[in-house]
Design a protein around this ligand. Structure first.
Ligand code: NOJ
Length: 501
């Protein structure tokens, strides 16, 4: 069987606003991404995923799209996008773009027409509300001038589409074609389990991302992805789609990953697992038992960075664990998604001043929740402030970077063998050499308490989540470790790749 490129791909998420600013306005842009393609190539990833760069009033960092077929001037032009795709391909990098089908911006012409009382059938308008809450806090309904309410599962500036209207369906097929015709290799589908709501919009008891709920995961959504798959199959070059699907079991996740539906789905169970060998093992077993094409992810632009999640009072422990988790993830069968900055070991920035915060989660929770700005702080490329090379000249970036970013900058880490950046480069290069030579399956080996050993043919991965050093399992050579080994001992918070002939 020919192995599709995405099965084992390493995809690097670029949160465009925070990656690199070429224009000098303090906000990242497409030209900034283009300038950094050699860095990404050198890092050793296979593909990039660009978060939304479409025209948007930025009520939710661009996940509120006002025009699905354009580029916001903040991020550049359509010509910039086209040259980015072309140059990415020249560097051997595939390009995925984010598609946001659950909701548009309230500035979208369809919603503007709806506000004027025209064609409300493309959104969800009602005379009375139900008890649904916005994921960001507060009611999921906002009243318009004539007294009707519209549904928004996220910010009020993100009205939900009515997917029971075939016009919405046709519009999105056309949007996908627009980007496929511009050479994109695939799509990341935002809120992929949210498009349909249960008929009659019944009240809910618990609105968390449950597989069985009137809000999420309605069976009708699968027909959408069947149509999208047919469209993707009609294009040359193995175009693909990965869904942002939150479910409470791997079996439910697998419903989206089928030969006639999505190619992949994010596996948030891995990211939600605490630092625990039993939790890790359970997620790995459940995933491999149900999901035909597995994916793994530790961080993204919506969650606390994993260095901080795993960190205890000692930030060094967080980094050691983050590196060990990465090595373990890269040894698993399937594809892995990295989030910009994790290769530098960036922590969550927890002390942003309230005035700097921009995430609607902060505002809709009336400041009770910090929101997601702390994982979106612009990347430090160089040592020197004011922007650590993020913006040219003396421009301040859109979110302030802490002074500690100097030490974590690319400039500081490049060429330093012990740095997290060089560790990522090495791990990705090793994985690239290994991936075609080892089986897609995984076998558990006996291991002491607090520790996991698994093998894939000649490769064994060992991770020590316990408190004591343990003996490495049988091996011929040590390929790589996430931290220093002590002779034959694997210290706590450390992982290693071992080879046996
Ligand atoms: C998921 C995206 O990743 C997140 O950033 C966004 O706020 C919501 N979907 C709503 O579009």
């Amino acid at each position: 069987m020919d192995i599709p490129w995405w099965r084992d791909a390493i995809v690097y998420e670029i949160y465009v606003r925070s990656f690199a600013d070429a224009s000098g306005d303090g906000v990242g842009d497409l030209a900034g991404v283009r300038e950094r393609l050699p860095y990404l190539r050198r890092l050793g990833v296979d593909a990039i995923w660009l978060t939304p760069f479409y025209p948007s009033p930025m009520a939710d960092g661009g996940y509120d799209v006002a025009n699905y077929r354009g580029v916001d001037p903040l991020f550049g032009t359509l010509a910039d996008f086209e040259s980015l795709v072309e140059q990415a391909h020249e560097h051997g990098l595939r390009v995925l773009v984010d598609i946001v089908p659950n909701h548009s911006s309230s500035e979208h012409p369809w919603f503007q027409a709806a506000l004027r009382g025209e064609r409300r059938d493309r959104y969800i308008f009602r005379d009375t509300t139900n008890n649904w809450q916005s994921t960001f806090g507060g009611p999921a309904w906002t009243k318009v001038a004539d007294g009707q309410y519209y549904l928004h599962l996220f910010a009020p500036g993100q009205p939900d589409f009515n997917w029971r209207n075939p016009e919405v369906h046709a519009e999105f097929l056309d949007i996908l074609r627009f980007w496929l015709d511009r050479g994109v290799d695939g799509f990341r589908i935002d809120v992929a389990m949210g498009l349909y709501k249960a008929e009659g919009l019944p009240d809910v008891g618990d609105q968390s991302f449950k597989s069985v709920s009137p809000v999420w995961g309605q069976p009708e959504v699968h027909n959408v992805y069947r149509d999208w798959r047919r469209l993707l199959n009609g294009y040359p070059g193995e175009r693909m789609a990965v869904g942002e699907v939150w479910t409470d079991s791997s079996e439910d996740l697998a419903l989206y990953v089928r030969p006639d539906e999505l190619h992949q789905s994010f596996n948030f169970a891995w990211l939600q697992a605490p630092w625990s060998p039993t939790a890790f093992k359970k997620v790995i077993d459940d995933t491999l038992a149900s999901v035909p094409f597995a994916t793994w992810v530790l961080s993204n632009h919506d969650v606390v960075r994993h260095r901080t999640r795993y960190g205890t009072a000692d930030p060094g422990t967080g980094l050691a664990r983050a590196r060990a988790a990465l090595l373990t993830m890269l040894a698993l069968p399937g594809s892995a998604y990295l989030y910009q900055g994790e290769e530098l070991g960036l922590p969550e920035v927890t002390d942003l001043p309230d005035e700097a915060r921009q995430d609607p989660v902060f505002f809709q929770s009336k400041g009770k929740l910090p929101g997601r700005d702390g994982c979106r702080v612009p990347i430090p490329w160089t040592v020197d402030p004011p922007s650590h090379g993020f913006s040219p000249g003396g421009v301040e970036p859109w979110l302030p970077q802490p002074a500690t970013f100097a030490e974590l900058s690319v400039e500081k880490q490049e060429g330093d063998a012990g740095s997290t950046l060089e560790f990522y480069r090495q791990a990705l290069a090793c994985r690239r050499d290994l991936v075609g030579t080892i089986p897609y399956t995984l076998e558990w080996l006996d291991s002491p308490e607090g520790v996991l050993f698994f093998s894939r043919g000649p490769l064994t991965c060992a991770i020590n989540c316990g408190l004591q050093p343990v003996h490495l399992p049988e091996h011929d050579t040590v390929l790589l470790s996430s931290g220093p080994l002590k002779g034959d001992l694997l210290p706590p918070d450390t992982a290693a790749w071992l080879m046996t002939s």
